[in-house]
Structure formats: C-alpha cells, structure tokens
Write a protein that binds this ligand. Sequence first.
Ligand code: UFG
Length: 318
Amino acid sequence: MVTGGAGYIGSVVSATLLAAGHEVTVLDDLSTGHRDAVPAAAHFAPTSITRAEPVLRDNGIEAVVHCAAKSLVAESVQSPQLYWDNNVGGSLALLEAMRAAGVRRIVFSSTAAVYGQAAEVPILESAAAAPSNPYGASKLAVDHMLTSYAVAYGFSAVSLRYFNVAGALLSPDVQLGERHATETHLIPIALQVVAGERPELAIYWTAYPTPDGTCVRDYIHVRDLAEAHLRALDWTGTAGAEHLVCNLGSGQGNSVREVLDAVQAVTGTAPAVREAPNRAGDPAVLIASNTRARAVLGWSPTRSLNEMVGDAWRFSRA
Ligand code: UFG
C-alpha cells in the first residue's frame, strides 16, 4: 500500500513498484494529490491515513510505503497544527492500524529537513537532527516513532531522508511529475518562467558563503528515488525488528545558478531572474552522504541534473 500515491513522489513510486511486478493499493484522500496520477493498474482507496485499517485488511497488504504528508516548509511555520495533526497524528494512526492488521513492514518518506543547518557536509545520517521548521520536526517525530515501533512491536522500518527531488517519470503509458497547486520548488518555477507562465524567478540571496553566492542543494531524480524505495521495501522483507535511516541524495551539490544554467541548456532559454533577499530558514549548503544507501540498500543514483531538468521540462510541456 502506498499512502500519498496520488502525489508527485508517491505516484512515481507506485508506478515503479508496479513495473517491478508488485501489486499496489494507493491510499490517498486527494487533498493535494490528483486522481489521474494514480497508475491505472493500482487499486485506489480514496481515504485518509487515519482510516487505513480496513484498506490494509481488505487488500491483504504486506507492506506500506508511507508518502502521504503535508510538505510545505513555509505553511508549516504559519500553521504548525496542520503538520502535527497530519504528519505526526496521521502517521501514528497509520502505524496503529498496521499493528492491528498485523502489517509490520514500512518505508517512510523522511526528509533532509530533519537536519536543519548541518554543521558538516556531506551530511551523514549520524549528524545531529535539529530541524529549523515544524515540517522537518514533524518528519523527525515519525522517525523516532518508527524506532520505538521496531523495538516494541517488531516493525521492520526504513526512513528515507530525501534531499531535493526533481524530474519526472515519462514512459509511453504513464507520465508523472510535479503538479503542485502551490509551487515553491526551484526547477518547476524556473521552467514556468521559461514557458512564459511567470514573469521571473526570484533568486533567494546571492551572498551565501558558496562558490557563486547562491544556495547549494543535492538534487536527485525522482526515478532514482523511486528505485531506492524498491530496495528499501526488499530490505524490510529480510531484516528483523529494525529501523534503518538512509539519506537519498546524489552526494553532489549544485548551486541555484548551476540549476538555472541547466534550465537554459535544456530549454534554450535563460529564465528571467531577479536577486531577492534570502528565504527564511534556507541553509546555505545541503549535500547528502549517500554511502549508507549504497552499502546497505545496494542503491546508486544514475541520472544527472540535466536529465532531471529535461524530464521536468517535457512533463510540463505534455
Ligand atoms: N530557490 C530560489 N528561488 C525560488 C525557489 C527556490 O532561489 O523561487 C532556491 C532556494 O533558496 C534553495 C533552492 O532554490 O536554495 C532549492 O529550493 P527548493 O524550494 O526547490 O527546495 P528546498 O531546498 O527549499 O527544499 C527541499 C524540499 C523540502 C525539504 C528541504 C530540506 O523540497 O521538502 O529540501 O531542506 F524540506
């Protein structure tokens, strides 16, 4: 069962699981997801993560990939109640439903936002977790929940800490990408500017202590990310009562200006930009160490920044 399987990452994970031969039930309340993003071959349960128990029982679910969440950093600062309720309360209800239904395998969408402003890059999973906003704090709370459920109730759990996810899944029968009502992410916004759907892109600060002064992030293709979920799911099938935490990133950083160069290379147009003050809470540099994901899951990312931007561009044009 994939929660949030009508959303950006959950839909690509669902399609990737189906392509690998898994049977998939998508649970999604469509609060931010899209019904047409649920792959046709998946069974669809249009409900909330707080009502998962009958879905688990009726569909003979063996394992859960839990992607459903609220995920806007700025919204989490303004309305933290939504994040404690949906992300923490909702996840607790889901884990309790799993316990009641005897399902003990889970792969959870965690985030680099749990680290806050990391003291050292690349960031290891052992780095201190000090989230700088309620979104990151809510995800960290669920990470802790999973550790305790592994110890007390024999859960086999993986927290995947995503860095900056980009790109799309484009195949003849399925096209899945970012379609957020509120778009805050760099690559889709830059592509909207190139397409004439926005006047310009604000570069949030150009005097960070980085080589070109703009923020550095670790971009990872959503298809590479989805493949890591398959590996993590397999891991829960062989591990005992254990909670594994793994970063998912490329291990390399790109600045905002480098991303904009990739947008120009792919589309042939340089997006119009304006230099703007920094966005509150943005760390200067976030780069993953992906050594653990490589060693334990046998996973390695293969797709470049240009492929992410190219796939996102083709998806937005389609
Ligand atoms: N940026 C701009 N202009 C924009 C949008 C973004 O300059 O219009 C910059 C940001 O300052 C940042 C970089 O582009 O340096 C990437 O920003 P995104 O909003 O695309 O991504 P974030 O790094 O802020 O966020 C990502 C995930 C979050 C997660 C966070 C962890 O999308 O879910 O990493 O820090 F919480």
